[in-house]
Design a protein around this ligand. Structure first.
Ligand code: 9MR
Length: 306
């Protein structure tokens, strides 16, 4: 908590504002965890980002069953009205829809075959943004996704599907304000090509959207690397990425996904073995001491704001 107070001006919950936590059974809400975090943020003069209203994962079992059985639009819109309405004026920015794209699913529009898409067709995305805007007209509404930062098998398809989806939303007058780049960076398997990234972000900027970095961390699990080397790679990757993003001048929020390596999702018992080792993904080390990645973030911001 001390480190968060020292370092952050904005926080986001890793799971306390997901649907399985907030509405564990139909119509029964549990806001305790989120309330506590929102109160902590405001007490410490920080902003709070809401993550996430509509996602294919982290849904309660009753909702998955309902969507598969007889989907009701209210299961989407009433939830959004309730949650966004409750935190109106206190949560300045929402990830309204998270990870709606997955070209590997084989659709021509690149959209993910999620439970939401199956229930309501492609219109679920517009529906969600309209509902959020109605509930809090001043909140910044974000489409949030991963896999568009680097070069890899589906990178280009992911990027073009994203542009197509966002352009369609803007053309239809959907209230969307920003693209959230999760930025789970992977310098080994998904290296950044600054030109490819800059072109993609320019297209988003041209649509009139802001670009926020929502879940930055660096995955470097190559075996045999020393901690120093991992730290250097995390810092270099971060700098390369942020310099491109900030060059567009439409970014005012950079959030990392966690703060200290000790508490990264990449380091929990489920994920660490899967990804292959002890990672060094975040700006602070296990003792809450600033790492080279912290200085890389600071430097990118300083250069930009000079
Ligand atoms: O880090 C989060 C982890 O603690 C949760 O168990 C998991 C499922 O809710 O979600 C993780 O966060 C994900 C985020 O919500 C969306 N982008 C990818 C993040 C890492 O998997």
């Amino acid at each position: 908590m001390e480190a968060v107070r020292r370092e952050c001006s904005c926080i986001v919950a890793e799971y306390q504002s997901k649907r399985h936590v907030l509405e564990p059974s139909r119509g029964m809400f549990d806001f305790e965890g989120m309330d506590r975090l929102v109160a902590f943020a405001h007490k410490n003069k920080m902003k709070f980002r809401g993550h996430t209203l509509v996602w294919h994962a982290a849904n309660p079992a009753w909702l998955v069953a309902e969507l598969n059985d007889v989907p009701k639009e209210g299961g989407l819109t009433e939830y959004i009205a309730k949650v966004v309405g409750r935190y109106r004026g206190r949560v300045h920015s929402w990830d309204v829809v998270n990870e709606a794209i997955n070209p590997a699913d084989g659709r021509s529009d690149g959209l993910r075959e999620s439970i939401w898409l199956k229930a309501f067709g492609t219109s679920y995305i517009d529906m969600a943004f309209h509902a959020a805007h109605e509930a809090d007209p001043n909140a910044s509404l974000v489409y949030n996704d991963y896999n568009t930062e680097g070069v890899w098998k589906y990178g280009d398809a992911w990027r073009s599907s994203t542009i197509e989806m966002l352009a369609g939303m803007k053309a239809r007058g959907v209230p969307i304000h920003a693209y959230g780049m999760q930025a789970h960076l992977d310098p080994n398997d998904r290296p950044i090509d600054p030109k490819v990234l800059a072109n993609f972000l320019q297209e988003i900027k041209d649509l009139g959207l802001r670009i926020q970095v929502t879940e930055l961390d660096v995955r470097d699990f190559k075996l045999g690397r020393s901690v120093e080397e991992k730290n250097r790679i995390a810092a270099e990757t971060t700098k390369l990425f942020l310099d491109v993003v900030l060059s567009l001048s439409v970014t005012d929020e950079i959030l990392t996904w966690g703060l200290s390596d000790k508490y990264s999702w990449l380091n929990d018992s489920k994920n660490a073995p899967f990804y292959g080792g002890i990672p060094s993904p975040l700006p602070l080390d296990w003792k809450m001491v600033r790492k080279p990645m912290w200085y890389a973030i600071a430097k990118s911001i300083a250069v930009k704001t000079k």
